[in-house]
Design a protein around this ligand. Sequence first.
Ligand SMILES: Nc1nc2c(c(=O)[nH]1)N[C@H]1C(S)=C(S)[C@@H](COP(=O)(O)O)O[C@H]1N2
Ligand SMILES: [Mo]
Length: 218
Amino acid sequence: MGSDHPGAPGGTPRTPHPVPPGQHRVHGWPVSHYGPVPRFRPERWNLRVHGATATGREQVWTLGELGALPHVTMTADLHCATGPTSTDHEWYGIPAGAVLDLVPPAPDVTHVMAWAEYGYAANLRLRDFATPRTLLATHHNGESLTAEHGFPLRLVVPHLYGYKSAKWLRAVEYLTEDRRGFWEERGYHTVGDAWQEQRYSYQEQEEDGAAPAAHRPH
Ligand SMILES: Nc1nc2c(c(=O)[nH]1)N[C@H]1C(S)=C(S)[C@@H](COP(=O)(O)O)O[C@H]1N2
Ligand SMILES: [Mo]
């Protein structure tokens, strides 16, 4: 994606839209993550849906099998909790709702954990995972994801801060109570709604769910 924002197809200028409180727009698409970019090993790769499923069984899909699931296109901004918002990403992928339809969670499921390569994890309320704009994305602006942006599959949860949009997604675990993921254990908010500026764990209210992180930053 160019840094000059050519605008919508047909040359119509992009409509400016607000960014969440405390965020600033950046041009282009910065890469942001902790640790190295994992190497894709097609022979070993799968996506696993496990935990508290309605049937008690887990589901495993190969990348090829994922291709047969429903796909949609969705445009959204990406809000890193450290401040930058990159705008107008066109995502293509499987709605998380399709995963919930195909592998129904048990009735007492309240949250999911999105698991990525190297043990990265992001916890989400079930309702945030189930929203129609949450995707398991394979493509960005019409092209396959690049390695550093999460190839072959990443989560995209537009209304939550970027740390919830796990790149290199490998599993979805259904949870019957909230549990903290990687950044949530390191001082970031367990819900992480960007529009409510839920950045840090010290802002959490009782109704937000997860028990406080064992080690809070000072
Ligand atoms: N696996 C993994 N996914 C991750 C991260 C990470 O460290 N590891 N960082 C998150 C953070 S903090 C942000 S802001 C977004 C950034 O996505 P981008 O690099 O595509 O802009 O990825 C998220 N997904
Ligand atoms: Mo981030």
